[in-house]
Design a protein around this ligand. Structure first.
Ligand code: G3I
Length: 373
């Protein structure tokens, strides 16, 4: 189905979902049947996303800024109340966990894992290998390392991290953003020194350290058909056929609402039909600032569509939003002149985008039988 008929189908589904949402939340319908923001706000105060998502057979998650988690009681309350998985936004990355060669610091990541356990949440581990946020010692030393030395450093890092968190991580993003925008393997220090086999090795080492964790390749720009998603699909199929322990593919889903909406469902389905779990791992929807009501409507529609896309694909096991609120979002500093990409405003108040996600999840409750295995 192309984007437009799918959106029409979703509008019809959303109308049906209204009834489900009201049933889930225990609200009574407005006399005029309207879907005003006021009505949505009533619903948001009574139905946590994780409760509705659980009824739909889906985990809903958020990337957590651990400084905020420690400093803001309101932030911590919302993370625990609304989400059934958490992803560390930064504190499991290599620069945070191995500040000196062979010296590990798990403090912040351990605190998040403990928080998750206390709140009955699963953890997406993010990430083991990425060309960004590498420790300074590695960036400095890697160019003069031999392939064997770099391979050993990489193996030791993955083994130490996965072993430390063994039994506590649901999904690991083992290799992050391994492809460039043209669909070639990214020309980073790992490819340069080790060749493409470093990816299969990374999955094997992670699996050896925690055979029960689900292992993912995670990337952006694969939410739409194109050279990149096609190359990545071929690549993961090749890995699987070689017996490499890869379970799934993460679709980051950072969307700019000024461009055409990605056909996420079709792409999720392509990978699912090839035998992979899939997950929406870093969803956010940015707009040009200042953001007017029309843009909010567009952002809300895109959020709803991406939730529905995941719900419509039984192998889509989690939907994660990249950051709780607009104050902490990575978007404004990376794309100046844009913002508003999350579900909560800078004062931690839910935005219409929150209600849109809530309603889209409620629609999934109606089709839950299809998803729950
Ligand atoms: O930790 C240092 C701190 O010591 C220093 O004082 C401060 C000064 O700038 O910087 C801090 O590091 C920042 C780090 O986040 C932790 O807050 C970096 O500057 C900043 O660049 C870094 O940004 C993160 C970005 O990845 C790095 O590329 C964002 O928070 C994080 O949301 C973002 O997440 C990525 C995913 O991991 C992968 N997919 C894309 C996504 C968005 O870029």
């Amino acid at each position: 189905m192309t984007a437009r008929p799918r959106r029409l189908a979703r509008i019809a589904a959303a109308l049906a979902a209204g009834a489900t949402l009201l049933a889930v939340t225990g609200c009574t319908q407005q006399g005029d049947g309207s879907t005003s923001h006021a009505a949505s706000a009533t619903a948001t105060s009574t139905a946590p996303l994780r409760t509705i998502a659980a009824k739909a057979g889906l985990r809903v998650g958020v990337a957590v800024n651990t400084d905020q988690l420690a400093d803001s009681a309101e932030y911590a309350k919302l993370v625990g109340q609304q989400f059934s998985t958490v992803t560390p936004e930064n504190v499991m990355k290599w620069d945070a966990t191995e500040p000196k060669l062979g010296t590990y610091d798990w403090t912040a990541a351990d605190q998040l894992v403990a928080y998750a356990q206390q709140h009955d949440q699963l953890v997406r581990g993010h990430n083991l290998v990425w060309y960004q946020q590498l420790p300074a010692w590695l960036t400095a030393a890697a160019p003069s390392m031999s392939a064997d030395q770099l391979r050993q450093v990489l193996k030791d890092h993955i083994t130490a991290e996965v072993t430390h968190f063994k039994g506590k991580i649901w999904q690991w993003d083992v290799v992050n953003e391994a492809f460039d925008d043209t669909g070639q393997l990214r020309d980073d220090i790992f490819l340069e020194k080790l060749g493409p086999g470093y990816i299969a090795d990374a999955f094997r080492w992670a699996h050896a350290a925690d055979p029960d964790a689900k292992l993912f390749l995670n990337d952006y720009g694969i939410e739409d058909a194109g050279m990149k998603s096609t190359a990545e699909l071929q690549f993961v199929q090749d890995l699987k056929s070689q017996g490499v322990p890869i379970d799934g593919v993460g679709f980051e889903t950072h969307v700019d609402s000024t461009y055409a909406e990605p056909d996420l469902e079709t792409e999720l389905m392509r990978f699912a039909q090839a035998g992979f779990d899939v997950a929406v791992t870093e969803a956010d929807v940015r707009a040009q600032t200042p953001i007017d009501a029309d843009q909010v409507k567009t952002q809300s529609g895109i959020f709803a569509d991406t939730v529905s896309a995941c719900l419509d694909v039984p192998q889509c096991i989690s939907y994660t939003i990249w950051g709780l609120d607009d104050k902490d979002s990575w978007v404004p500093s990376t794309f100046p002149g844009t913002g508003g990409a999350t579900l909560y405003d800078e004062d931690l108040k839910p935005k219409p985008q929150f209600a849109a996600v809530q309603k889209a999840l409620a629609r999934g409750v109606a089709t839950a039988k299809k998803r729950v295995k």
